[in-house]
Design a protein around this ligand. Structure first.
Ligand SMILES: [Zn+2]
Length: 222
């Protein structure tokens, strides 16, 4: 695990961080793809975990949720608006569900549905972070924001990675994975309004160049 901020780590991934899983204090944040099981279990072995909390219930963030919940005996938490998806009552990926890429992701990455034990809402506290609802990419997308040092774990509100080249770069999430891109842009502006000092996205390395993030936000379509 790599320490990114006080009490905040990212699980290792070779060759570069692309599907991110974080630990904040004793809370695991996100659960990768179904095939990340070995990585998640190996890296969290021997570490006390009190909860698994999801930024959103998409197949690349909930893949091993059920396995971790059962093996570690810890509660699974996600935002109220993603409980149906996590528990298997509606598709996890609502945008372009029939697109071949999304069908493949569902088949290869998506983990089994699983009961949600703790339903998160705006303003709740998780590991010293405040829950901020940030829909658009997923209905129950949240930002975990820590006031004291303005660290934001932002899920897929933004990404810091090109899926074409795998190189870092601040971008919106792709439209085929985003049910309402305009709503997600409002969530990006909400992230900017928090005045973060460090942004930890769901994909790609940490965003440390906040001036570059602000330029990206300023250039977004209205
Ligand atoms: Zn994602």
């Amino acid at each position: 695990m790599k320490l990114l901020a006080p009490g905040v780590w990212r699980l290792k991934e070779v060759p570069a961080p692309s599907i991110n899983i974080y630990v904040a204090e004793d809370v695991l944040i996100d659960a990768g793809r179904r095939w990340d099981r070995r990585r998640v279990f190996a890296e969290t072995e021997g570490r006390d975990l009190s909860m698994l909390a999801l930024t959103h219930a998409h197949p690349d963030h909930q893949g091993v949720a059920k396995y971790v919940r059962e093996a570690r005996g810890i509660p699974l938490a996600c935002h109220a608006d993603d409980v149906d998806a996590m528990e298997g009552r509606r598709p996890m990926q609502e945008a372009a569900a029939r697109h071949p890429v999304n069908r493949a992701i569902k088949r290869i990455w998506q983990g089994p549905p699983c009961k949600v034990d703790r339903v998160l809402g705006e303003g709740d506290e998780v590991a010293g972070f405040r829950v901020i609802h940030a829909p658009g990419h997923a209905r129950g997308e949240v930002i975990f924001f820590r006031e004291s040092d303005r660290v934001a774990i932002c899920g897929d509100v933004i990404r810091n990675m090109s899926y074409a080249t795998a190189l870092p770069g601040i971008k919106e999430p792709p439209a085929i994975f985003t049910y309402d891109p305009a709503e997600n842009r409002r969530s990006i502006r909400r992230l900017a309004d928090l005045n973060p000092s460090l942004i930890l996205p769901g994909h790609g390395p940490a965003v440390t160049d906040i001036a570059a993030f602000e330029r990206f936000v300023a250039a977004l379509p209205a």
